[in-house]
Design a binder for this molecule. Structure first.
Ligand SMILES: [Fe+2]
Ligand SMILES: [Fe+2]
Length: 241
């Protein structure tokens, strides 16, 4: 296992020194980070910056030295509901990005299978959030609709609406890449903003509620996991894990 000693970073900050290594981390690889101060705040910041793509645990807690093991998140089973949903965001993103790139390259024959799988995974993800999580983890709602839950539900409707628009165009034979590209671009922007807002404005509340009530967490996890896993085979068929 590769070991990185933060004391050897030279002039660089711990953050930028470690970020360089963690960005390059590949599937199946493990890195040991040796720190001489408590590294948990640093690791949390790096995890956020890498959009939860890494998973770390403290294997030796100092003082005087801390040792942290870092792996790709895909190499570790999802640990809780929010982790599961965050990983599913990445998968929905990858599926959509594959469709988008192929559409931009003018290859609709390759783009459409990715788009179809994206659409089915998106619907299951939205079903999990809207039908399974929201009814159980209740948060205050504002009549103006500007609370995190109302924003999420509204954005789900918008993303699904644009996805259906592309499905209908394709079903009617309007499958020209140039014609579809602007619609793909709209969804691309919507998805990125939506997931960012959810992960930053809503998921921290869900984490808090789930920690407060482990029985609810234990009940919700397998239900959401079953929905997410239902997309595994289809995603693998277009080369996305
Ligand atoms: Fe989500
Ligand atoms: Fe969502």
């Amino acid at each position: 296992m590769q070991q990185i000693d933060l004391a050897e970073r030279g002039e660089r900050t711990e953050h930028s020194y470690l970020l360089g290594y963690l960005r390059e981390l590949t599937r199946g690889q493990e890195i040991a980070v040796l720190a001489h101060d408590d590294p948990r705040i640093l690791m949390d910041a790096l995890t956020l910056e890498l959009r939860n793509g890494i998973y770390w645990d403290v294997v030796e807690a100092g003082p005087p030295a801390w040792r942290v093991r870092v792996r790709r998140r895909e190499d570790v089973a999802a640990s809780d509901l929010v982790d599961l949903l965050t990983r599913d965001h990445l998968r929905v993103d990858h599926l959509f990005a594959s469709a988008l790139h192929r559409c931009n390259a003018g290859d609709m024959a390759a783009a459409l299978p990715c788009f179809r799988v994206y659409a089915s995974c998106l619907r299951r993800h939205v079903e999990a959030e809207n039908e399974i999580v929201v009814p159980v983890l209740s948060l205050p709602r504002s009549p103006r609709g500007d609370d995190p839950t109302s924003i999420m539900l509204r954005e789900h409707d918008e993303i699904i609406e644009h996805t259906v628009m592309i499905e209908e165009m394709v079903d009617e034979g309007m499958d020209d890449a140039g014609m579809l590209a602007p619609f793909f671009a709209i969804i691309s922007g919507q998805l990125a903003k939506h997931e960012w807002r959810e992960e930053n404005n809503l998921f921290p509340h869900w984490v808090r509620l789930l920690r407060h009530d482990p029985a609810i967490a234990a009940e919700l996890f397998p239900r959401v996991q079953a929905l997410v896993r239902a997309g595994d085979e289809a995603a693998a068929s277009v080369g996305i894990e």
